[in-house]
Design a protein around this ligand. Structure first.
Ligand SMILES: Nc1nc2c(ncn2[C@@H]2O[C@H](COP(=O)(O)OP(=O)(O)OP(=O)(O)O)[C@@H](O)[C@H]2O)c(=O)[nH]1
Ligand SMILES: [Mg+2]
Length: 189
């Protein structure tokens, strides 16, 4: 059975007191705005509109928790690098993310990047942060439908060699890579 089917929206949190009182293993999507984190959640849960997907960046503003029975949690967080945020929003965002990683039982982090752009400076910071917390990290290079087969192979090789990290190419349009991502998660439950 697919790991994340039967997922249901549980709650949205702006600050730590709104975090749910669950302690199931959580997998969280981190990444820049507009790379496709919410689309990845929809693909993993086999639902069309569980997480809100938008054409413009900055669609996910808060931390959204999706619960899978009494077992698991998928967590969608706002993307970083979204320029339209005010200074106070940026501070609130940083605090919310720090609290998230401090307080939750995170079993794995998916660092979602656009396969055409590689890791930005913000992504590098996130990668180092996750490494410092000794959490399992998977680089999900999404929008792979935008590249041809040989480009996809070359990018996967380059990312794996550069970061010595698990890398999966993914497309929320044709769902390639979906099973691989699920299998990665299964290793860390
Ligand atoms: N071609 C293609 N487009 C995608 C893919 N994944 C997401 N998109 C598109 O990219 C845009 C952003 O997708 P989202 O899933 O909302 O991105 P996000 O990372 O959640 O964005 P924020 O919530 O702003 O942080 C939407 O227009 C999606 O349809 C993909 O694999 N291939
Ligand atoms: Mg989103």
């Amino acid at each position: 059975m697919n790991l994340f089917v039967t997922a249901e929206f549980l709650t949205t949190a702006v600050e730590k007191k709104q975090f749910p009182e669950t302690s199931f293993p959580e997998f969280v999507m981190a990444g820049r705005s507009n790379v496709g984190k919410s689309s990845l959640i929809n693909a993993l849960t086999h639902q069309k509109a569980l997480a809100y997907v938008g054409k413009r960046p900055g669609k996910t503003r808060y931390i959204n928790f999706y619960q899978i029975q009494e077992r698991l949690m998928l967590v969608d967080v706002p993307g970083y690098g979204y320029a339209q945020r005010s200074r106070s929003e940026m501070i609130q965002y940083g605090k919310m993310m720090d609290d998230y990683f401090e307080l939750r039982k995170v079993n794995g982090v998916m660092l979602v990047i656009d396969c055409r752009h590689g890791l930005t400076e913000d992504d590098e910071d996130m990668r180092e942060f996750v490494e410092s917390k000794k959490l399992p990290l998977l680089i999900v290079a999404t929008k792979s439908d935008k590249l041809n087969h040989s480009k996809r192979l070359a990018i996967k090789k380059e990312l794996s060699e550069t970061y010595k990290q698990d890398v999966i190419l993914f497309s929320s349009l044709n769902k390639s890579g979906l099973e691989e991502i699920e299998n990665w998660c299964k290793k860390y439950i």
